[in-house]
Ligand binder design. Sequence first.
Ligand code: MN
Length: 327
Amino acid sequence: MTTALDLSAAAALLRAHARVLVACHEAPDGDALGSLVGLGLSLRNAGWDVVLWAPGDSPLPDDYRWLGLDEAKRLPPADASERLLVTVDCGSAERLGSDGPATVATASASINLDHHGDNTCFAGVNVVDANSPCATILVLHLLRALDLPITLEVAEALYVGIVTDTGRFMYANASAESHRVAAELIELGVDPAQIFRRLYEGKPASRVQLQARILSSLELRLDGRLAVAYVTLADLDATNASEADAEGVIDALRSIAGVEVAALVGAPRSGEGRVHKCSLRSAQPHVDVARIAHAGGGGGHTLAAGFAVEGSAADVVVLIERELRGA
Ligand SMILES: [Mn+2]
């Protein structure tokens, strides 16, 4: 497991660079976007010239729009090579998408701020702590190292990363530190009930309709150790929902008695041919889903990981079953 906590080197590098490019991983979640906005806003408030980069071409999730995502670029800016690149919640240069490796290689300097155990330490300075519940807590440590004020907007963005990555303080990573930092952010003005409403309430009916269809595809395999469900293009068309609306279904799969691994197999996106993506969650402390994801060429955390394979949905299941049988 990777631990490389070079916070003071990261702070020194930021002090030496007036122009910064902050980037998160493709298909970003709440922690990635909370880190992106929290760090970006805070640096800008203190006078840095900041560009936000959220790589990819599918729309950013509506749940997090209120963070102020409209300014985020989807492609690296033309002057990327002249900026200090700071990546957040991103385990490898490849997770920044197809422009990732070249952008990392040509950046004037780089900082990698992350909590994935399989982080490749791809940057010049790596602040990687696999024991951190989320990336936004590492962002907070960096802001403190720089002695920057935490405004309410920044505090809300950081809080989002904690809430989403700890499964609303229910997963094994919901440590004392996650609660302590949450309490600090609440003292700075964050209203947990308001954040809950923004993240989880007032959603379109199409989301629940999509989730109902996905749940109806549930299969229990390997004597109930593996719960699999599928998102198909027909589901997305019939409900007029997006793939991101499937988020949360996997928690229903992992809640089933006897299940060790929950798997949600995604529909291939247009232009991706037969590439099937798969999200994995561990339902038992001793089951490491990152190991399964690595076997499929992906990565992630012990309890939450993912991979993609060129092949059918059935090929995805074959791979998981093979790894789980060997476990
Ligand atoms: Mn994260």
